[in-house]
Design a protein around this ligand. Structure first.
Ligand code: FAD
Length: 310
């Protein structure tokens, strides 16, 4: 009943999502983590440090750079013979790789898992997060993508053995032409413990600097509504919601955000919500644990000034 977790990594750094995925499947059996790519020694060492990991399997090769599914799936298919569960985070790689693997294995993939109830029972959100479906998948193996933000990270301090995994290189039909990256020193939005989100009412990209200042004081990641992104006030990768990132922080501070259904779909895992809004009737105000009713341009500087005193 072993479990194979496909590690998520970028630029030689293991994504925090991997430790969360390991925690999610910890009860299902001994866990091997598969690390694929080039220059991944540190990634493998970090994966071996996650509590609960039995082994780290390393597939070195240029064919894995770019994370293309057509290069990854054949190896996963070969390895799958030894595993009951083949799992990844529900990120861009997992969403690409796991359905293809499931098709090759003639299995139904169970995607976006937010709770593992047993070896073949899982919960996943449906209807843009408005309902939770319990899936019982009676099939010989399970191919899963896990919504990492729904789980705590497994602890560190392990030193699992690291083993090479031989493979036949597969030339992908795709190639990377360019990668455009956003430099940021704030935490990863999808796994941050505190998120400060701004809406279109922030009014401008300069106005968003106020949101950024507050986020920095709190060590928080920055989120935005689609309306704010569409208006050009915030970059695309800050968008939270149905067509943006799914977040599950301990604290979400929603500033000038009405609480449209498509935004709420992305914040349902938030443990506590603070809404700052001039409209006491806004849906997000009604949903929030704490609401501050007033003008964000007054309240945020006051909050920052109070935090400066700490
Ligand atoms: P608004 O709804 O305009 O709300 C602004 C809020 O700011 C109001 O509550 C107002 O009272 C408050 N306000 C105004 N001035 C102040 C002030 N000075 N101080 C304090 N409060 C103030 N949206 C997402 O966020 N994420 C998604 O992933 C997403 N996906 C979508 C997918 C589809 C297919 C569609 C159709 C829509 C999607 N949307 C998404 C858009 C969504 O429907 C809403 O339009 C959007 O979330 C609204 O953003 P907002 O809260 O910033 O703006």
């Amino acid at each position: 009943m072993a479990v194979l977790v496909l590690a998520d990594h970028d630029l030689g750094t293991l994504s925090p999502a991997t430790a969360r995925v390991v925690h999610a499947v910890a009860e299902l059996g001994p866990i091997d983590v598969l690390v694929l790519g080039e220059g991944i020694d540190q990634v493998a060492t970090d994966a071996a440090g996650i509590a609960g990991v039995a082994r780290v399997l390393v597939g070195q090769g240029a064919d894995f750079t770019g994370d293309f599914a057509d290069a990854i799936v054949p190896l996963l298919q070969t390895l799958s013979a030894n595993y009951q569960h083949i799992v990844s985070a529900a990120g861009s790689v997992g969403r690409d790789v796991m359905p293809r693997l499931a098709a090759r294995l003639d299995l139904m993939p169970v995607t976006d898992v937010v709770a593992v109830l047993g070896p073949n029972r899982f919960e996943r959100p449906i209807y843009a997060g408005n309902a939770v479906q319990t899936v019982t998948a009676n099939q010989p193996k399970q191919v899963l993508t896990i919504r990492a933000s729904a789980f705590r990270a497994a602890a560190s301090g392990n030193a699992a053995p690291i083993e090479p995994v031989p493979h036949q290189p597969v030339a992908s039909a795709a190639r990377v032409i360019a990668a455009h990256r956003t430099e940021s020193d704030s935490p990863d939005l999808a796994t941050a413990q505190i998120v400060v989100g701004g809406g279109v009412s922030v009014g401008s990209a300069e106005g968003f600097q106020l949101i950024e200042q507050l986020a920095k004081k709190l060590g928080a990641a920055i989120g935005a509504t689609r309306a704010a992104v569409d208006a050009g006030y915030a970059p695309n990768d800050w968008q939270v919601g149905q067509t943006g990132k799914i977040i599950a922080p301990d604290l979400y501070i929603a500033i000038g955000i009405s609480g449209a259904l498509q935004h709420l779909a992305g914040i349902q895992g938030a443990k506590k919500i603070v809404a700052i809004n001039s409209d006491a009737e806004a849906p997000l105000v009604k949903l929030a644990d704490v609401a501050l009713i007033g003008d964000l341009f007054t309240i945020i500087p006051e909050l920052i000034a109070e935090l400066d005193k700490l």
